[in-house]
Unconditional design. Structure first.
Length: 139
């Protein structure tokens, strides 16, 4: 599992030249190896559809649905009213309120401090305080 995660991280570092076909294959392999780890979060009672893997110190808001096939890296924050499926979120990420992410990858140290986003099949990166500031590429 960790090998695929490292390779995905390397692929998305060069944001303008993401190898989209390689990314899809790596994500599929990653999700076939993922198992659930749910005990290391801070927050109320999210709904999990396993497998969901949470690294240490993940903060989860109210009315959150995670899964299936979700990986959330350490020190990440998932705000209220969020739905995430088939998605990899790297370390130190903040996801805003009322987000729906399906089949996405969120790069390390990204922060999206705004409300209302619906994304599919995309890599998201950087810091954004509005949807217009969001850096994303579809795959």
């Amino acid at each position: 599992m960790k090998e695929e995660l490292i390779k995905i991280g390397e692929l998305i570092r060069n944001f303008d030249d993401i190898a989209k076909s390689d990314l899809k294959g790596l994500m599929l392999r990653f999700f076939t190896k993922i198992s659930s780890r749910l005990e290391n979060y801070v927050g109320d009672y999210p709904t999990f559809i396993e497998p969901v893997y949470l690294e240490d110190n993940v903060k989860i808001g109210d009315d959150v649905l995670l899964g299936p096939n979700v990986y959330i890296g350490a020190n990440s924050v998932i705000q209220d009213y969020v739905e995430i499926s088939n998605t990899i979120i790297f370390n130190n990420v903040t996801i805003g309120q009322n987000f729906k992410l399906e089949n996405c990858i969120v790069a390390k140290n990204s922060s999206f401090n705004f409300k209302n986003l619906n994304m599919k099949n995309s890599v998201l990166i950087g810091t954004a305080k509005s949807k217009s500031e969001l850096k994303s590429v579809g795959f």
